[in-house]
Design a binder for this molecule. Structure first.
Ligand code: GLN
Length: 484
């Protein structure tokens, strides 16, 4: 059962091949047996999952089942879940039980889906390897010495290891696409404003966006149908009708114009990575697409701009964790300042502290113009690069990350080296665009992701291209061997 996609599981449930309770039990058992090696879950909600599965079976028996009723999935521990521990991978929130559901969570509940639990992540979603988690790193199921990527590394590892058919992720600068690439699964970052951020713990509010992580583009389309839409509780969610993202999956790709940014294939990309990506692009040509070189001249400025803007927003968002209202509080504070200092000093890990410091510095008087304002100007230039490119082409393709999954511990000493990992993903968030990573090959038995980008709100086109690629190739069907 665990090798089936969501589309196949939905069919199995509809045909009465198995019940949601049986399906849910199967995945819970796999988590119990296997997750000690992957550390992909922070919390497993056995009882709640079985109760939700039972309710889903009853809804089905009464003839009221929707497409996804009774399908289990996991949620990144950044989404608030009513009555369930919600840690955001941090000691700061290690005692925080959310008193409400994020909109994304309640949307999935309304669809009758079952939650298996909460997945591991970099602390407050800051990281590219899952190694900043207070709960220890998650491991890559393809190779237990490799990172699963980050920050949604637990979600990616859980789906790749077949511990859950799908999971939610969030992407501020690549955190859905890069772990999807490292773990050989499919991950979609929607357009900014497409999916409600309400109840999703904020990292950098102008960049954060939730999205689906699953094995196929078709499954991502099924999940996005439930996730997307206007939410009056999120003032940046857009009042725009949600199409049926499965409707155009099989549309032919004849005449599709693909752009390859020369900046994505230059320095820093290994020959092997370049060849793997070009082989994937060839598949699209076989499917009727045309390919041309384009230029995104400000690509290299995305890293410095992002690593000013994201920490600046984070420093403001994380000021609410002060030990007073909720979260970690130090023992026996002598006065208010001591309470703030020690609660934050003890509750936040090193990387989070570094970003708060950088962000506060960049926003402080005297440095605001030099750093923050300049970064916002670069952001505008990057957006303009993409808008110009989408006048010439329909989709942009390139590698999701410059390398396949790297070894655990290999990038932890040098934060700048770690930030370089995000070179192909950050600009997309700065421009608010949608992007998807699809499995496109293996290098030394570690997966490679092809990143596909489209214009704002063109998720259907992205999913169509990704689905057609997956109909012609089998990379997405490969399962990791490690530890199974
Ligand atoms: N790796 C990037 C960072 O550390 C992106 C993280 C994310 O998308 N949440 O900020």
């Amino acid at each position: 059962m665990h090798n089936k996609t969501i589309a196949e599981l939905a069919q199995g449930l509809a045909d009465g091949e198995f019940s949601s309770v049986e399906l849910t039990q199967h995945f819970l058992q796999r988590i119990d047996e296997l997750d000690s090696q992957y550390n992909s879950f922070i919390t497993v909600t056995h009882e709640q999952a079985l109760a939700e599965a039972k309710a889903a079976d009853e809804i089905r028996a009464a003839g009221n089942a929707g497409k996804l009723t009774g399908i289990p999935m996991a949620h990144k521990d950044i989404f608030c879940t009513n009555g369930v521990l919600t840690t955001c991978g941090s000691k700061m929130l290690s005692n925080f039980t959310a008193p409400y559901d994020a909109t994304v969570i309640s949307n999935f509940k309304k669809a009758g889906m079952v939650s298996l639990g909460k997945t591991n992540m970099d602390e407050f979603a800051m990281g590219s390897s899952n190694e900043t988690s207070y709960y220890g790193p998650s491991k890559n199921p393809w190779d237990l010495n490799a990172v699963p990527g980050g920050s949604s590394g637990g979600s990616a590892a859980a789906v790749a290891a077949r511990l859950a058919p799908a999971a939610t992720g969030t992407d501020t600068g690549g955190s859905i696409r890069q772990p999807a690439a490292f773990c050989g699964i499919t991950g979609l970052k929607p357009t900014y404003g497409r999916v409600s951020r309400w109840g999703m713990i904020a990292y950098a509010s102008s960049l954060d966006q939730g999205g689906p992580m699953a094995r196929t583009a078709e499954d991502c389309a099924l999940l996005l149908n439930e996730m997307a839409g206007f939410d009056p509780k999120d003032s940046t969610s857009l009042k725009k009708a949600v199409p049926d993202y499965t409707a155009d999956l099989s549309k032919p790709l004849n005449g599709l114009r693909i752009g390859l940014p020369k900046e994505y294939f230059g320095e820093g990309l290994s020959a092997e990575m370049g060849e793997t990506i070009m082989a994937a692009v060839k598949e699209f040509e076989k499917l009727g697409a045309t390919v041309q070189e384009i230029s995104l001249p400000n690509t290299m400025l995305a890293i410095p701009a992002y690593y000013v803007i994201a920490p600046a927003e984070a420093s403001s968002n994380l000021s609410r964790y002060d030990g007073v209202r909720f979260g970690h509080r130090c023992e026996e504070p002598v006065n208010l300042e001591d309470l703030y200092k020690r609660s934050r000093g003890e509750g936040f890990g090193k990387e989070v502290q570094r970003r708060i410091l950088v962000g506060t510095y960049a926003l402080s008087e005297g440095y605001y113009d030099a750093y923050y304002r300049k970064a916002q100007r670069i952001r505008r230039l990057i957006q303009q690069d993409f808008l110009n490119a989408f006048n010439e082409v329909d989709l942009i393709m390139g590698p999701t990350a410059p390398t396949p999954a790297f070894d655990l511990g290999s990038n932890t000493e040098d934060p700048v080296q770690m930030y370089m990992e995000d070179v192909y993903t950050l600009a997309v968030n700065l421009a608010g665009l949608p992007g998807i990573s699809v499995p496109a090959g293996l290098i030394n038995n570690r997966p490679v992701g092809l990143q596909i980008l489209a214009g704002h709100f063109q998720e259907a086109q992205l999913l169509n291209a990704a689905h057609q690629f997956q109909s012609a190739t089998s990379w997405h069907q490969l399962a990791p061997g490690a530890g199974q």
